[in-house]
Design a protein around this ligand. Structure first.
Ligand SMILES: [Zn+2]
Length: 301
């Protein structure tokens, strides 16, 4: 069972990992904290950008020799494959880490990933620590990986006069964590990491081509897409299976009549409200499709 210090370290690692959102795709945004043999935090790190060092490596570098005999607390199962960077499980073994506490299991490891290798090397491994909290950062990546299509957030505003209006304030924070941002019919921004698909356009008819377009985006490395604007309304409402999250800014709903007139669109079946915040005279509602059953990637062992 994770100690109080390990649980606190996990939450710090989760917070750290969020700094990688928007720049690591197709890799996950991962955070790691190293505790020394006495349970004192001696190093922390996160995966900043695709192609750069993973969280575990950055945390081990920060900890130095103090990592020997200590514990690595990491938000996702350490990778087991040697790619652009060395496998993290080997880096942990080499550093003399005695225990690894992780939250979510990498669904692509199929039980034969870093956790298994670490345990086979005599390292004490604990999984499934604060998984729901880790999902606040890794949820979209996990959903994208399991479904093999990007996590799609649709954000729009409902103006007070009934005229659809894109609210910059509504999407400012969402934009920073999305690989691709699409407006009405054009792709507004590429992927920060520079691996935007070269030959794609948002289809003229989202309704008929959305699935194919999402497949192309996934294949070319995108894991999160933000679609902005009520002009997508018909296309997305006909294809809600492909929408994972809906963020709606409803303005001027101070009167119950005004709200009643709009609620019919606000909570489509299959989505649940996860957050409501007052925003000026209106409200901002965030709806989310249920994650794949408590995420099959979440470890049970
Ligand atoms: Zn790694």
């Amino acid at each position: 069972m994770a100690s109080k210090a390990e649980l606190a370290a996990m939450r710090k690692a989760i917070l750290l990992s969020s700094f990688g959102l928007g720049t690591t795709s197709p890799n996950p945004s991962v955070g790691c904290v190293i505790l020394d043999r006495h349970g004192v935090a001696v190093g922390a790190g996160y995966h900043r950008r695709k192609g750069e060092a993973h969280a575990e490596v950055n945390a081990l570098s920060a900890a130095g020799a103090a990592a020997r005999g200590g514990t690595a607390v990491v938000t996702l199962e350490p990778c087991n494959h040697i790619g652009v960077t060395p496998a993290c499980r080997q880096e942990l073994i080499n550093a003399g880490i005695a225990r690894v506490v992780m939250s979510l299991i990498d669904p692509t490891s199929r039980g034969d990933g870093g956790a298994a290798v670490l345990a086979a090397n005599g390292i004490d491994v604990e999984t499934n620590v604060a998984p729901n909290e880790a999902l606040t950062v890794l949820g979209p990546w996990l959903a994208a990986t399991l479904r093999r299509r990007p996590y799609l957030t649709w954000a729009y505003s409902l103006g007070g006069q009934g005229s659809p209006d894109v609210d910059e304030r509504l999407t400012a924070d969402l934009r920073s964590t999305a690989d691709i941002v699409v407006g009405c019919t054009t792709v507004e921004e590429g992927i920060p990491g520079g691996h935007a698909p070269e030959h794609f356009e948002l289809p003229d008819s989202l309704t008929s081509d959305l699935r194919q377009w999402l497949s192309i985006c996934y294949a070319t490395g995108s894991r999160t897409i933000l679609a902005v604007g009520a002009q997508h309304f018909d296309a997305f409402h006909d294809n809600l299976d492909y929408v994972d999250e809906i963020v709606i800014s409803v303005r001027h709903v101070s009167s119950p009549d005004g709200l009643a007139a709009t609620t019919v669109h606000l909570t489509p079946e299959g989505f649940k409200i996860v957050d409501i915040a007052r925003e000026g005279r209106g409200v901002r509602v965030r709806l989310r499709r249920c994650m794949p059953d408590a995420a099959p990637g979440v470890a049970t062992a």
